[in-house]
Design a protein around this ligand. Structure first.
Ligand SMILES: [Cu+2]
Length: 280
């Protein structure tokens, strides 16, 4: 009985939570009873969420109109209600309408869609660069703008993870300052991986031998979780991504600690050269 009541209370809280806190960016990570996307932590993800909502409304309306038409036809023109069917085969006006209206709907969808795609694909002036490398099966990060230190980020198992969510917990995290445009250079060391962070609206393939780039500008401090999103082998599900977004002062002190902890890599300097070549 007790557990039933707890369950009910949890369900109620979940529903209240959905109502009250949807759109609240405090905890941008997967939640129990979650519907839809994680809360947006970047302007990019806010736009993706809005575009998704717009499409949902549009396709609900289209579905209802088509359903209404079908119900009308079934009731109005069935054998009983309409024993003598009309012999009409063509109607120019109707044919033009059912061609032009879908085209207009597609144009209405295409304009915000291409605008959003352009916003994502054209990198703004970046404040800093981080390189993310996918390995079988963990992520490595390099900070070329901060002395070129590098470290790996591995999943923590259930005994080690503490308060962090299961299968998303990592030992180290990619740390970035809040309200900073971060360019992420993504590559794979062995097979295809994908660096994906739902709350940022970012998903970029990590391709061996190729540098892909994406960007984000996190607007809220906090811990964000993502996962490798390209099937990359037997432990594909166990190479999560954790990004800590912190105040600039905290980032500066983290950089000092990280520089001391992780030895500088010669490869990072080469990578810096690669990164600046990308601009040309
Ligand atoms: Cu992977």
């Amino acid at each position: 009985m007790n557990s039933f009541r707890q369950c009910l209370a949890q369900f109620g809280l979940g529903l209240i939570g959905l109502g009250l806190f949807s759109g609240n960016a405090l905890a941008a990570q997967p939640k129990p009873w979650q519907l839809g996307f994680q809360d947006a932590a970047t302007d990019n993800m806010t736009q993706i969420t809005n575009f998704n909502d717009f499409l949902l409304i549009l396709m609900t309306a289209i579905t209802l109109v088509v359903l209404g038409l079908m119900v009308y036809v079934m009731l109005r023109f069935n054998a009983k209600a309409n024993p003598e069917p009309s012999k009409t085969t063509h109607n120019t006006l109707v044919e033009v309408v059912w061609t032009v209206v879908p085209i207009l709907i597609l144009v209405i969808i295409a304009i915000p869609s291409f605008r959003l795609l352009y916003y994502q694909r054209v990198l703004p002036e970046a404040d800093m660069t981080v390189k993310a490398t996918g390995y079988q099966w963990y992520w490595g990060y390099e900070y070329p703008d901060h002395g070129g230190f590098a470290f790996d980020s591995l999943m923590l198992n259930d005994d080690e993870r503490g308060d962090q969510p299961r299968l998303l917990a990592t030992d180290t995290a990619m740390v970035v300052p809040v309200n900073t445009t971060v360019r992420v250079i993504v590559t794979g060391a062995d097979v295809l991986h994908s660096w994906a962070m739902p709350a940022f609206g970012v998903k970029m393939d990590a391709v061996p031998g190729r540098l892909n780039e994406t960007w984000f500008r996190a607007e809220q401090t906090g811990t964000y979780y993502g996962q490798c999103s390209e099937l990359c082998g037997i432990r594909h599900a166990f190479m999560p991504i954790r990004v800590e977004v912190v105040e600039p002062e905290a980032f500066a002190s983290w950089v000092v600690e990280a520089q001391a902890e992780y030895a500088q890599l010669e490869t990072s300097k080469n990578m810096l050269a690669d990164a600046s070549n990308l601009d040309k």
